[in-house]
Write a protein that binds this ligand. Structure first.
Ligand SMILES: Nc1ncnc2c1ncn2[C@@H]1O[C@H](COP(=O)(O)OP(=O)(O)OP(=O)(O)O)[C@@H](O)[C@H]1O
Ligand SMILES: [Mg+2]
Length: 274
């Protein structure tokens, strides 16, 4: 009997938001680290093309960037070995691979969305998990990436009314664009940061509860960036690191689901936007 060739494709996890500085990069780095710590083959693509921070946060000095990979694809064709353009991040026996953002603005500007998608598909053939850090906008590239993703972490923080308004617009836009509801996961970051707005009010406004809540931990977050070591790889661990590990566990183990609390009274926030 003829053998049927079957390609196995890695899981694509993207990190998206409608406001900047909500933790997309920090969280994607930690998710990549945790999956790699568990022995998975992981790459992290920095598709914040103009202002990517992945290499800075991990203190990497990449030889190649997305732009170099794109140039190589132009000359050698799309079937190029994209994995050769990645930079390894190593900490003790944990390793994962980074596709760095371009270093020059004009290079970033010239990265083509279609080529970027081909890169994701190529890397899916080689890695168990392809994680993608994005920017806070509904660009052609981001929409296509969300489409391609297995799971989208839609991150938000509850700080000021405009951020919440943009989160609502974002969530509604994704619904209107008919994205599979199950793959978009609302994640609240920096949950216990000082704010007068209650999480329940925001959930009511958004029309659904947050899938996962990550605590605010300024010290642990800034130390990890300063030292270039992701929180989940630190021995001792912080509450934020533990909450990030729990999120990875939930994404990789579908059996674990929390009950949903439906009974939320209407609030001033809901009335403003309602
Ligand atoms: N849970 C947290 N507790 C405390 N600080 C945090 C937390 N998450 C992120 N931060 C801090 O917030 C800042 C912004 O994080 P990050 O760069 O990951 O956001 P981003 O969404 O990628 O931003 P951008 O849109 O600019 O790319 C960083 O200084 C980071 O250390
Ligand atoms: Mg970022």
């Amino acid at each position: 009997m003829a053998e049927i060739a079957q390609e196995i494709h890695g899981v694509v996890m993207s990190f998206f938001s409608t406001a900047s500085a909500v933790g997309k990069t920090l969280i994607s780095i930690n998710m990549a680290s945790e999956l790699a710590r568990q022995g998975k083959k992981v790459c992290l693509l920095d598709f914040d093309l103009q202002f990517g921070d992945v290499s800075n946060y991990l203190q990497l000095l990449p030889k190649y960037t997305v732009y170099d990979l794109q140039q190589a694809m132009r000359f050698q064709g799309d079937e190029i070995r994209a994995e050769e353009y990645l930079t390894p991040y190593k900490y003790h026996n944990v390793v994962f691979y980074v596709l760095a953002a371009p270093t020059k603005l004009e290079e970033a500007y010239n990265v083509d969305a279609d080529k970027a998608l081909i890169m994701v598909r190529q890397l899916q053939k080689v890695f168990d998990y392809v994680l993608v850090d994005t920017t806070s906008m509904f660009s052609k590239l981001n929409l296509a990436l969300l489409d391609l993703s297995t799971i989208v972490s839609f991150l938000g923080i509850v700080d000021f009314i405009p951020t919440i308004k943009n989160m609502k617009i974002g969530a509604e836009t994704l619904k209107n664009l008919n994205f599979d509801k199950n793959k978009i996961r609302l994640i609240l970051n920096r949950s216990n940061a000082k704010t007068r707005i209650s999480i329940k009010d925001v959930e009511r406004l958004l029309g659904e509860p947050f899938y996962h809540i990550l605590p605010n931990d300024f010290q642990a977050a800034s130390r990890s960036i300063k030292e270039g070591v992701p929180l989940v790889l630190r021995s001792g661990g912080s509450d934020l690191g533990k909450a990030l590990q729990e999120l990875v566990a939930r994404y990789t183990n579908r059996a674990y689901e929390e009950p949903v609390d439906e009974d939320v009274p209407e609030s001033w926030l809901a009335r403003i936007f309602g």
